[in-house]
Ligand binder design. Sequence first.
Ligand code: XMP
Length: 527
Amino acid sequence: RILVLDYGSQVTQLIARRVRDTGVYCEIHPGDVDDDFIRSQQAQGLKGIILSGSHASAYADESLKVPAAVFQAGVPVLGICYGMQSMALQLGGQVEFSDHREFGYAEVRAHGHTRLLTGLQDFETPEGHGMLKVWMSHGDRVTALPPGFKRMASTPSCEIAGMADEERGFYAVQFHPEVTHTVQGQAILERFVTEICGCARDWNMPDYVAEAVARIREQVGSDEVILGLSGGVDSSVAAALIHKAIGDQLTCVFVDHGLLRLNEAEQVMNTMSRHLGIRVIHVDAGEQFLSKLAGVADPEAKRKIIGREFVEVFQTESAKLKSARWLAQGTIYPDVIESAASKTGKAVAIKSHHNVGGLPETLNLKLLEPLRELFKDEVRHLGLALGLPPEMVFRHPFPGPGLGVRILGEVKPVYADLLRRADDIFITELRNTIEPESGKSWYELTSQAFTVFLPVKSVGVMGDGRTYDYVVALRAVQTTDFMTADWAELPYSLLKRVSSRIINEVRGINRVTYDVSSKPPATIEWE
Ligand code: XMP
């Protein structure tokens, strides 16, 4: 395995992702682990260490020092950006500090023949120098090599953009091989982990499942575990994994707030309870939620009410499970974010989970988060390996407050009913319409798609009669990170079919619109 030590760079998770993409298992741990931790990793088959970049300066903070055991572990070490500067400083080189930090495209010249960079190049200069197109981080830089090192790369503004002590297996680069702007980045990381560290490309999902199962068993022993199941990918995969490890020691509480999609509660119960045999308590709390929401139109007020009721219902149910000692959550790696608030400015903190915010503190249970190290696509693969159906595993995200934020203004049961039926038609048509060039359905080609209920009436005509009914908006977006998003250019023929089906089949809706707003300035949800 490869160990990635995190010094707080925002792209640390990309290092892990690239290493795993080569089929090599790796784990990210905070950069200030102690020497004993490094030694315990050695005992578990550690093959190499990667030191990440950081927002900090190598000079700024004593507590961000790389543990000395890293350089004594007898395994290759790759330092990236901050990791390079720390390596230089701690091994006897010199670093020039600067307050000014800049990131950008650069062309780096590779010097000599190091095992890391030999043969990798994007182009050659007229003088015959091999050049790499990279994403550089300028700022602090190494000005003198530590003893035993030679220069591996340079740019006009950064004399030492890479260094290596091949005898000890220490390599370092000032640029970021983990970002896609560095064209040979994947090749460089691949070469480090496979050729230099000698890792076999044998990491795969079944092995991961076995390891994760063993870890969960060790962690919880014979204790009972409770998990809030939402029907979304993360909580479902967490449930399936924990169930595989400890069977009926796991109880899931599925709080149905009455704002789910058409037949969603049944599908969740079918898959999780009947198909996988997981013990699930289905709490049908629709009436309670809807009565609390009556008369409330403000989006944030609605969110608060739904969140509060959720906690209350969950607490009531979990109080019945007197022997539960653990609360399991489907927190995944992107939910685990850096917190600038911490003393060192680099510690990792949990973002309050959308769907179960506030639960851990009030329940007095220990937290079990078996997906903490995984990226979304890895969670999906894990879900498939555990036998969850692809429709569930590849489902678009659905907000915790559900249709509560897709019915604009006050939530009324009749609105929810109309919206559910219209949305089901939209999603079914997206799933059934294949885009010929890619061979994928429009559901797969969009990142999130749904229908929004507008509580306004418009005039229409149907048969011989005039109608005066509600309006819905269709929303479909494409995005990778949900921070920015483009509206999807769905084919007119598809929009036409959806519109005509909704107006004909859902009595009470006589007008369908398509939302052509990007994020920003619009958001994905309407509320
Ligand atoms: P926006 O609307 O902010 O949405 O562009 C970005 C992503 O977040 C989801 N979202 C929520 N998820 N509780 C959730 O669990 C919420 O209150 C909530 N609001 C928005 C949204 O569906 C999209 O995927």
